[in-house]
Design a protein around this ligand. Structure first.
Ligand SMILES: [Zn+2]
Length: 254
């Protein structure tokens, strides 16, 4: 039987012994992922269909519903997005971190609430998000240097090459309020930027210091007494814009 290497403990397993993990976790929006056809959207605006309907005073909500349901949304991952990156043990182990992450998600990352979390919980949140990047398809061949940090429940420090930043979603990141939670990657002269997101946050993992015009919070700042959280609109530039553009270009190539 074909052997697969667990990307966390690095041991080899039969495929049947691997676990189907969700990225991001099911509880934070990854259940029934729908892909959004932006090209179709733009076409509809350009050919005036939506505008015509608005002029005829049709109910705006109805137009939006029709447009999304019939034309622009196709179900791509009916079971949510899954990967076979971890063995069952590692997946169960990471589940503990995910529980902490859910606390962060549920309080919307609010610094005033997160500061009341224990240091352990905060570290678990950080590890949960780092771990999610191991499963994204774009990073399949990446040798991440933070496996030790994740594997050790007691580790409090990570001194490797990968920085993890986040921003909160808003209208500037979500075209028409639609949360596109597809993963992506960008290549710069300085290095690589990976992206994953859930319904509330967008995360970028990168092996260089972020560019100055990108306002984002380094995830390790949640360990401090206070931190500033940025919404998409607080930033002059967003990696998300370039990721979405790259996804759009990939779609056009298909
Ligand atoms: Zn494992």
């Amino acid at each position: 039987m074909e052997k697969v290497k667990c990307r966390l403990c690095q041991k080899e397993f039969d495929i049947s012994e691997m676990s189907k993990e969700h990225y991001p976790a099911r509880s934070v929006g990854n259940v029934d992922i729908i892909a959004f056809d932006k090209v179709g959207m733009v076409d509809k605006f350009l050919n005036g269909e939506i505008l015509d309907r608005l002029k005829r005073r049709e109910n705006v909500e109805k137009i939006v519903d029709d447009t999304f349901d019939k034309d622009l949304v196709k179900e791509e991952y009916p079971e949510g997005r899954t990967a076979l990156s971890f063995c069952r043990n590692c997946n169960t182990f990471l589940g503990k971190y995910d529980k902490s992450y859910l606390n962060f998600f549920n309080v919307d990352g609010d610094p005033n609430k997160v500061k009341g979390f224990s240091k352990r919980t905060k570290l678990n949140i950080i590890k949960a998000i780092y771990a999610k990047f191991i499963s994204i398809p774009e990073a399949e061949n990446e040798e991440f240097d933070f496996l030790e940090f994740i594997n050790d429940e007691r580790s409090e420090e990570y001194l490797g090459n990968w920085s993890l930043y986040f921003i909160k979603r808003d209208l500037s990141t979500d075209f028409w309020g639609f949360n596109d939670i597809r993963t992506g990657v960008l290549h710069y002269d300085e290095g690589i930027v990976y992206q994953l997101s859930d319904e509330k946050f967008i995360y970028n993992l990168m092996n260089f210091e972020k560019h100055p015009s990108f306002n984002m919070t380094n995830i390790f700042e949640i360990l401090e007494k206070n931190y500033k959280m940025f919404y998409g609109e607080d930033s002059e530039n967003r990696y998300n814009d370039f990721i979405m553009l790259s996804l759009l270009e990939t779609e056009e190539d298909d």
